[in-house]
Design a protein. Structure first.
Length: 70
């Protein structure tokens, strides 16, 4: 029994979709920081948002995998 086992399986599926969205969004934001954004302040804010989304998505994905049915 994993940490999300109290949720129905369909809700865990939606959590995994949100995780994928967070991870893909963080990839896009890091691309913008490296290639498109020139302002240092905007780079810092965008990096913070990107890495925050990456860590939240990664953490939630670990919870989803830990909830996998045995």
């Amino acid at each position: 029994m994993g940490p999300l086992s109290h949720l129905p399986a369909l809700d865990v599926m939606w959590v995994s979709f949100y995780c994928i969205f967070f991870l893909l969004t963080s990839i896009g934001l890091i691309y913008l920081v490296r290639h498109k954004i020139q302002n240092r302040l905007m780079q810092g804010v965008t990096k913070f948002v990107a890495y925050s989304l990456f860590f939240i998505g990664s953490f939630l994905m670990v919870l989803v995998v830990a909830t996998w049915p045995a």
